[in-house]
Design a protein. Structure first.
Length: 211
């Protein structure tokens, strides 16, 4: 697992999953099927999860509403409208686990990260570009993954700088869990590991982050 420091936070329970994807892999039918709300999954989202995740993100002063709501809520809406489609294996596994667990998950290209890595609240007046069009998200008070170049992922929108694409091979995923939901993050970590194993990924490491 990549070395990562998690700064003190009263509610965060962070899951970490690292893996090496097979070359030229495409998402198999069984994985794409998990992007459906009614798919058979070992985890089940509920309203308590939605509220707990929003509380987690509010701790530093961030407002997780409107366009700044957790990524897991966007997935739920897209799936409900039949608009959640396959992107690539790395993103599809992330989206499947997030959709059914109710917890937001970041997946980044580990080869685009520059050590040292840490998870902390973003300082005032911070932002980053989150898509190819150059749109930015304000990060003030939001829990983020930082590398040597600055913030690069969070529970709302990940940075364009470290996003995965079809050429990505080594990935790091962060499951933004909360202590208000005992055991749920650990269950999501284990399911994430199982899906990656089924895909034939190598070098899989999956654990809850230790401070």
């Amino acid at each position: 697992m990549l070395q990562l420091i998690v700064e003190e936070h009263p509610a965060l329970e962070l899951g970490l999953v690292a893996a090496e994807l097979p070359k030229d892999a495409a998402s198999p039918e069984w994985l794409v099927a998990l992007l459906d709300l009614e798919a058979d999954a070992p985890l089940e989202r509920d309203e308590s999860c939605r509220a707990a995740v929003r509380d987690l993100l509010r701790h530093g002063g961030y407002k997780p509403t409107g366009r700044g709501k957790p990524a897991s809520e966007y997935l739920l809406r897209a799936a409900g409208e039949g608009k959640l489609s396959s992107i690539n294996p790395a993103v599809d596994v992330c989206n499947a686990v997030s959709l059914h667990s109710g917890m937001p998950i970041s997946v980044v290209d580990a080869e685009r990260l520059a050590a040292p890595l840490r998870v902390a609240l973003a300082p005032p007046d911070s932002s980053y570009v989150f898509n190819a069009s150059g749109q930015e998200i304000r990060l003030d008070g939001l829990l983020c993954l930082f590398d040597a170049e600055g913030p690069c992922a969070n529970a709302v929108k990940d940075s364009q700088r470290t996003k995965t694409d079809g050429a990505s091979r080594r990935t790091l995923s962060l499951i933004w869990g909360t202590k208000e939901l005992p055991g749920r993050c650990a269950e999501a970590v284990e399911w994430y590991r199982a899906l990656l194993e089924r895909l034939g990924c190598a070098g899989i490491e999956a654990e809850l982050a230790r401070r």
